[in-house]
Ligand binder design. Structure first.
Ligand code: PLP
Length: 399
């Protein structure tokens, strides 16, 4: 029997299980407390056991969990309106996860292309992008490791580097079948790499002049994490299509695609659907998450705490010569070192800190948005000595 039976070996799991949480704290089955700086990978917006979310979900479970999209779902209309108002868009489709939201966006772009007479539509995607693990979304992902073994990949994607507008202009000149540009406002799995505001504005302008859809994957960077509802809003633009998921339900599975203009009219009955998507329980989680974020001023706090954390980490590592860059916005932070640092995850666990390393040498911090100053201080206090320990020995290849 394989070592990990009865589970498939899809994850190399850390040897810890959590029994419960409270605010930004998780407690393991031995009662040990950890400061959560990962939020289940940008999911637990309101931390653990937020009294308003717990009460709302309990109440909703007692009422109705699931009906079907064959019927009206008032909570879906309510959450859809809340989202489109905050995004300056007009229509929403609900599903259950990030890859589903992206899959819907890809289908929508193809339909949009076909309606314009383009038989084999192409979508521009990015190096280092991550969009999910379904066949279409892993094909759009810019990471060979994610794709390996699953060939043949889905066709119809053209790839460029982020923040290289000349590359996109070349595509505009050479590829008449392009119908959409699909990118993360801040690449998450790729190492917390932001598209610059200037780049996003230039892409918006190019999409307008070409008749392309601008589709921004806000699955990880959206829902207030960067200090605005959606990370692209820092550039003052509005996309045509925006997939969301992760933090929108504060832990209850949820996905959404927002759209406006021609993109909002692409899907007609029979084109797309989902059994669970938009169920009343997930919608209640989304509505409550947004209400609490606004009532508690969580976005403003995320912007301010994130800036302070980034400054402290930069200062604390300045003399090491091993810090490549501290990047991100709000409570979406990447600390790139000059060497691989996967071992940091275990060291942090031992020190009572939950974090993640992505793209081999980028420490990724995605704390819940209910973080307060004292939590931010503790994060820095626990993390800096660990980082300094990692960089105490010269990096391979360095004198
Ligand atoms: C930007 C982005 N898009 C899509 C996904 C896929 O989301 P899910 O795991 O919910 O399918 C992720 C997950 O990490 C993500 O970061």
């Amino acid at each position: 029997m394989p070592a990990s039976a009865p589970l498939m070996s899809t994850y190399a799991r850390l040897p810890v299980a959590f029994s419960h949480g409270d605010g930004p704290w998780l407690f393991d089955t031995d009662g040990r407390r950890y400061l959560d700086c990962l939020s289940g990978i940008a999911v637990n917006t309101l931390g653990y056991n937020h009294p308003r979310l717990s009460a709302a979900l309990r109440e909703q479970v007692g009422r109705v969990i699931h009906t079907s999209n064959l019927f009206e779902i008032p909570l879906q209309t309510q959450l859809g309106q809340m989202l489109v108002d905050r995004a300056a868009m007009t229509n929403a489709f609900f599903c259950n996860s990030g890859l589903e939201a992206n899959e819907a966006a890809i289908k929508l772009a193809r339909l949009y292309g076909h309606k314009r007479g383009i038989e084999r539509p192409e979508i521009v995607v990015y190096e280092k992008a991550f969009h999910g693990r379904s066949l279409a979304t892993l094909s759009a992902t810019g990471n060979a490791k994610v794709q390996k073994g699953f060939e043949p990949l889905v066709e119809g994607f053209v790839r460029v580097e982020i923040n290289d507008i000349a590359a996109l202009r070349t595509i505009a000149a050479e590829r008449p079948n392009v119908v959409a540009v699909f990118l993360e406002a801040i690449q998450g799995e790729g190492g917390i790499r932001p598209a610059t505001p200037e780049y996003l504005r230039e892409v918006r302008a190019l999409c307008d002049s070409q008749g392309w859809l601008l589709m921004i994957d806000e699955v990880q960077c959206g829902t207030g994490r960067t200090g605005k509802w959606f990370a692209h809003q820092w550039a003052g633009i509005v996309p045509d299509v925006m997939p969301l998921a992760k933090g929108l339900g504060s832990g209850v599975p949820i996905g959404a695609v927002l759209a406006h203009g021609a993109a909002a009219e692409a899907f007609q009955p029979g084109n797309h659907g989902t059994t669970f998507g938009g169920n009343p329980l997930a919608m209640r989680a989304g509505v409550t998450t947004i209400e609490v974020m606004e009532d508690e001023g969580l976005m403003e706090r995320a912007a301010h705490l994130g800036a302070a954390i980034m400054a402290e980490i930069s200062r604390g590592l300045a003399d090491t010569g091993a810090l490549v860059e501290v990047r991100g916005r709000g409570l979406m932070i990447g600390v790139e070192l000059d060497r691989p640092c996967a071992e940091l995850v275990r060291m942090a666990l031992d020190a009572g800190l939950i974090l993640n390393v992505t793209a081999e040498r980028v420490v990724r911090l995605l704390p819940p948005l209910i973080f307060e100053q004292a939590h931010a201080d503790l994060l820095v206090e626990r993390l800096l000595p660990l980082l300094r320990r990692i960089v105490a020995t010269p990096a391979p290849g360095k004198a």
